[in-house]
Design a protein around this ligand. Structure first.
Ligand code: NAP
Length: 273
């Protein structure tokens, strides 16, 4: 069976790449290309809508598709947990629709974020520096927000990170207590460094996108998953079988309640909703 795909944001950088990719897949057919001049009604007739627009436009695209009972793959940035919550509510009234939100289509990036959630249990001092090309309009990046949120989940029983002086602008924007610093540089593609400060040591987890082709495998995985999705799925990690690790309290004074706390949190780390 061939899945009919409408791409919203088809004239953009990611949208153009996705259109070319879809056109080369025997199980996918590109049936509509929408941009800022299009009527969203043009997506009707597709099985799956790929949204790669802008953070301001994306909720309207998703709302329109869900109300039409379509499946949606969202690659656009800006889908914080608050925004995702509104879609979850909308989906309850449209049980045939399905939404897959993937803040980063790159496998390496998703693995780096997963490694960060493991390290998050062992360090109290954590900060993210994300670097993107100068044309990126939003900050912080969707990947940085997602990484910070997952670090927050991993530390659910351990508390917020230790981030002094965050009342000063240069200390970044906090998400789930983790300061995020955004660089927008000519010549850059996309890079994220998660820094963990410990006693006498610093651990840094770096992921760098060298070419937009790194998004291709994740886009195809997301499209093929979306067609069978009802409800909401967030993150490529959920599609490749990674789940957030259970928090472990490594504080010296954690005592006997550490095991109980980790056990209580173990069931709360899933990425699907
Ligand atoms: N998930 C990931 O792995 C990943 C990777 C890279 C980028 N992103 C995110 O994906 C999004 C797109 O990135 P990009 O670099 O491709 O951006 P871009 O080049 O600026 O493209 C934006 C696209 O959105 C369209 N658009 C704007 N307003 C619209 C509207 N009202 N209705 C329909 N379409 C509209 C634009 O159409 P016009 O040409 O007519 O203006 C254009 O096609 C961004 O949020 C970016 O951060 C995600």
């Amino acid at each position: 069976m061939v899945t009919r795909v409408a791409v919203v944001g088809a004239s953009g950088r990611l949208g153009s790449l996705a259109c070319t990719l879809i056109e080369h897949q025997p199980d996918l057919a590109l049936v509509a290309r929408l941009d800022s001049r299009s009527d969203l009604g043009e997506m009707l007739g597709a099985d799956v809508v790929l949204d790669v627009t802008t953070p301001g436009v994306s909720p309207t695209v998703v709302d329109h598709a869900v109300r039409a009972g379509l499946k949606v793959l969202v690659g656009t940035s800006g889908w914080s947990e608050d925004r995702v919550r509104t879609v979850r509510t909308l989906l309850q009234a449209h049980p045939d629709a399905g939404v897959v939100v993937i803040p980063n289509f790159s496998l390496g990036s998703v693995l780096a974020t997963h490694f960060a959630t493991i390290a998050a249990r062992y360090f109290e001092s954590i900060e993210i520096v994300e670097t993107h090309h100068a044309a990126k309009v939003d900050s912080p990046s969707g990947t940085a927000v997602r990484t910070a949120e997952l670090i927050g989940h991993a530390r659910a029983e351990l508390g917020p990170v230790v981030a002094p002086h965050t009342d000063q602008r240069a200390r970044g924007q906090q998400v789930a207590s983790v300061p995020i610093h955004s660089l927008r540089l000519q010549g850059a593609v996309a890079r994220q460094d998660v820094h963990f400060g410990g006693t006498g040591e610093v651990l840094t987890l770096t992921h760098e996108t060298l070419s937009p082709s790194s998004y291709e495998a994740g886009i195809l995985l997301g499209l093929r998953a979306a067609i069978n999705t009802t409800g909401l799925v967030v993150g490529l990690d959920a599609l490749i079988g990674l789940s957030a690790p259970a928090p472990v309290d490594v504080r010296a004074d954690a005592g006997a309640d550490a095991g109980a706390a980790a056990g209580a949190a173990a069931g709360a780390g899933g990425d699907t909703a």
